[in-house]
Design a protein around this ligand. Structure first.
Ligand code: ZN
Length: 180
């Protein structure tokens, strides 16, 4: 059987149905499910939290692995409804980086198996993403999202130069990003 619809178009009750019956649907995609929880415009924040918590009862182990596979989705879904200070966010990113290392060593994944990943390295000493394993060439690997550097004038200049450079390859990068 197929769901035949995008997750980000589902109503809350449909999410519950498809989570309960996920084994029956050949096109059920757990990462797609979690991503849609933040993207689906039919849901308010309470719905999103409820669906996330329900999904976790079935898929929590898989979700933990997204710290490596798709840290942005992991972060966004984990922090739904929370009001975070910059310091809170930085601490959460540090935790994700620590957990990535744990996942890699627990699963005894050899580094070369993760050739598609590289470490975030934007050059800013205090960037919260330093050491974060991200898909090579993904938007996340760039300093685009480094909020600590936003206040820094020098960084802003560097960033605008980088963005100019990126513009050319933007479409390709976004495609690759969606393809995680
Ligand atoms: Zn950075």
């Amino acid at each position: 059987m197929k769901i035949g619809k995008k997750f980000n178009q589902l109503m809350k009750s449909e999410y519950i149905h498809y989570i309960d019956n996920h084994k029956k649907y050949t096109d059920f995609n757990t990462l797609g499910l979690y991503r849609s929880i933040c993207e689906n415009e039919k849901l308010d924040v309470n719905d999103r939290i409820e669906i996330r918590d329900y999904a976790h009862t079935v898929f929590e182990k898989t979700f933990n692995f997204y710290q490596l596979k798709d840290p942005r989705t992991y972060f966004n879904v984990s922090t739904l409804g929370m009001e975070l200070t910059v310091a809170d966010e930085q601490q959460l990113w540090k935790n994700i980086i620590t957990n990535q290392q744990k996942i890699l060593s627990e699963k005894k994944i050899k580094h070369r198996s993760f050739g598609v990943y590289s470490k975030h390295d934007c050059g800013y000493e205090h960037c919260p993403y330093n050491g974060l394993m991200v898909k090579k060439d993904s938007y996340f690997a760039e300093n685009q999202m480094c909020f600590t550097s936003d206040k820094n004038e020098y960084a802003a200049k560097e960033k605008s130069l980088k963005i100019k450079k990126q513009r050319k390859t933007k479409h390709k990068i976004i495609r690759d990003d969606l393809d995680l």
